[in-house]
Ligand binder design. Structure first.
Ligand code: 5GP
Ligand code: ZN
Length: 115
């Protein structure tokens, strides 16, 4: 089917996921292979393959993704200790799932720059 991916399957309820937060436009669930004590993915309910596919029509959706990330940080107790938000775009950044997702990572000290 057009526009299907593993995250669309999670959205449809075909693959289970531990949902942390959702609203009309976005959903946040725990990463299956967490890279930090808190590792949550915030995704739009609309299937958008990469950041390069965003357009002016997505301006408010982009805001929703970041606002959801701050809500996730509060809900998981990392808002004051600190956290990192990351979008990976295409292969050099390590994008594996082609449905945009904002990683929210925290609960440990992180190094900079990323590898
Ligand atoms: P990317 O490398 O594309 O930026 O990140 C994709 C992320 O999705 C990875 O951290 C990976 O662990 C996570 N992931 C892949 N498949 C699933 C899944 O079926 N369920 C969940 N919860 N996370 C997944
Ligand atoms: Zn998708």
């Amino acid at each position: 089917m057009k526009n299907r991916c593993v995250f669309c399957d999670i959205l449809a309820g075909h693959i289970p996921a531990e949902i942390v937060y959702q609203n009309d436009d976005v959903i946040a669930f725990k990463d299956i292979h967490p890279r930090a004590p808190v590792h949550v993915l915030v995704i739009p309910k609309e299937h958008i393959p990469t950041l390069n596919d965003l357009s002016d029509s997505h301006k408010s959706l982009i805001g929703e993704l970041f606002l959801a990330a701050t809500t996730v940080a509060k809900l998981t107790g990392i808002d004051q200790t600190g956290y990192r938000t990351v979008f990976n775009c295409h292969k050099d950044a390590g994008q594996e799932v082609y449905h945009i997702h904002l990683h929210v990572l925290g609960g440990r000290k992180m190094s900079w720059p990323p590898g």
